[in-house]
Design a protein around this ligand. Structure first.
Ligand code: NI
Length: 259
């Protein structure tokens, strides 16, 4: 069974066939999906989806590109959402310094720290988005992460050295379609050397479709291509990768089959 640990089925790219596609997933061996929020509005949509479908769970949070000046109100709402039993994580939260004219970096850091605090207080798992901001992300984690909430750096894009640092802190690493790209040397090295029990597979769909679908709309149905690539890198069977990553995801989100 396959567990997609990070998807955005609320995205408008799925407006044409959302129900059909989500309903088809369990028939295609994708038995669990965590739909991840990126703003208060999309967190509402995540809740909607997870109430509609047994196999969908929700992560809720404010993405660094969606931070605004109404932080107190946003955080209060997130706090409220967390009492829902299908909310399994806070995310995606973190730092994104990729675009010069994106949201204010100081405000990004403030939202990140406060959401880390909420997650740890409520014992929720944590999904971190970090792009072009390795140093500040590590610094904030060193100061604010207690190690009690299971935490993943999703769509990992940094070096082996950064991977080693976050693995030493107890974090998981999220691997998706990018590992199949021709220029994915860095990520292949990370997958080769990291402990498999800390690896989660994810789509981040509709983004980052694996080769040979690169550039097209991604979905959980393409995860076998990611599994195959990891099995090639590690020299074990796809079946083993599927089982190990499924069990990792269940433990990460605190789920057990039968729930
Ligand atoms: Ni995402």
């Amino acid at each position: 069974m396959i567990f997609d640990t990070h998807a955005h089925y609320d995205d408008r790219d799925f407006d044409g066939d959302r129900e059909e596609l989500i309903e088809s997933l369990p028939l295609n061996n994708v038995t669990k999906v965590v739909n991840v929020g990126a703003s208060i509005m999309s967190s509402y949509w995540c809740l909607d989806l997870c109430h509609k479908y047994d196999h969908i769970y929700a992560a809720i949070g404010v993405h660094p590109s969606d931070v605004y000046l109404n932080m107190d109100k946003d955080l209060e709402q997130l706090f409220g959402f967390c009492s829902d039993p299908k909310v399994v994580a806070i995310g995606e939260i973190g730092l994104d310094y990729h675009f010069e004219d994106d949201t204010d970096h100081a405000l990004q850091r403030e939202y990140f720290i406060k959401q880390l605090y909420i997650a740890q207080k409520l014992k929720k798992s944590i999904i971190i988005h970090s792009r072009d901001a390795a140093k500040d992300t590590l610094d904030i984690l060193k100061e604010n992460y207690t190690g009690e909430s299971k935490t993943v750096m999703h769509c990992f894009s940094y070096s082996e050295e950064v991977a080693k640092e976050i693995l030493d802190m107890g974090l998981y690493i999220g691997i998706g379609g990018v590992v199949t790209f021709k220029n994915a040397r860095k990520m292949v090295d990370v997958v080769k050397s990291m402990p498999l029990e800390r690896l989660l597979i994810e789509t981040d769909c509709p983004y980052l479709a694996p080769t040979p679908h690169r550039g097209k709309r991604n979905s959980s149905l393409y995860l076998p291509l990611v599994i195959e690539k990891i099995s090639e890198i590690r020299g074990i069977s796809p079946k083993e990768v599927e089982e190990i990553t499924y069990n990792n995801a269940m433990e990460f989100y605190g789920l057990s089959d039968g729930e």
